[in-house]
Design a protein around this ligand. Structure first.
Ligand SMILES: C[S@@+](CC[C@H](N)C(=O)[O-])C[C@H]1O[C@@H](n2cnc3c(N)ncnc32)[C@H](O)[C@@H]1O
Length: 174
């Protein structure tokens, strides 16, 4: 597996995940899931979208490179009595067989794939027609984007951290 540019296991991503729950609700609603749909949640993190999809009766696999986060997702599923499985992996090499999924979703996850073309090719490989794909990405403009970019650049400069790569949906600005 190609090493991600940033290990999201470090720190307390759970706090941000709680704030992003409305985005997961929007993505899952847009996917128009039916009971039994086979769904892959790419960059599932702590499982927000994966668990919502599973609660609608979908058969869900969450994939994320951050081992600690998928452990959190699996614990959430067990605690809430929801059937979903979680695998360590990344967008450009999904640990999923060919043509085995009906729906691909990603809530601000696949945007971090270093190789956008490879990630899109992987979605194409694992889906079977008729398939649905619903992705969310940050818009690279506006006051919130500018504020976050400035804050992130300052923190990265202070701690010497690398800039996360957004290969899909945004352009690099800092
Ligand atoms: C902003 S978080 C979103 C997590 C989750 N989808 C949510 O809604 O809370 C970004 C996620 O993308 C994952 N990620 C980073 N690089 C990735 C890659 N190359 N392929 C798949 N996921 C990746 C991170 O580990 C992290 O969990």
């Amino acid at each position: 597996m190609q090493a991600p540019s940033l290990d999201w296991s470090i720190g307390g991503y759970e706090t941000i995940a709680a704030l992003l729950l409305p985005a997961a609700e929007t993505v899952v609603a847009a996917a128009g899931l039916k009971r039994g749909d086979r769904v892959v949640d790419i960059g599932c993190g702590t499982g927000n979208a994966a668990l919502l999809a599973a609660r609608q009766g979908a058969e869900v696999i969450g994939v994320d490179p951050a081992l600690r986060l998928i452990e959190v997702a699996a614990e959430r599923a067990a605690r809430e009595g929801v059937q979903a499985s979680f695998r360590q992996g990344e967008a450009a090499s999904l640990p999923i067989p060919d043509a085995s999924m009906d729906v691909a979703i990603s809530v601000f996850g696949i945007i971090f794939a270093g190789d956008a073309a490879a990630a899109i090719a992987e979605i194409d490989r694992v889906l079977t027609a008729p398939a649905r794909i619903v992705l969310s990405a940050w818009l690279p403009r506006g006051a919130v984007f500018e504020m976050n970019a400035a804050a992130a650049a300052a923190v990265r400069a202070a701690v010497g951290a690398p800039r996360p790569r957004h290969s899909i949906g945004t352009t690099a600005t800092s």
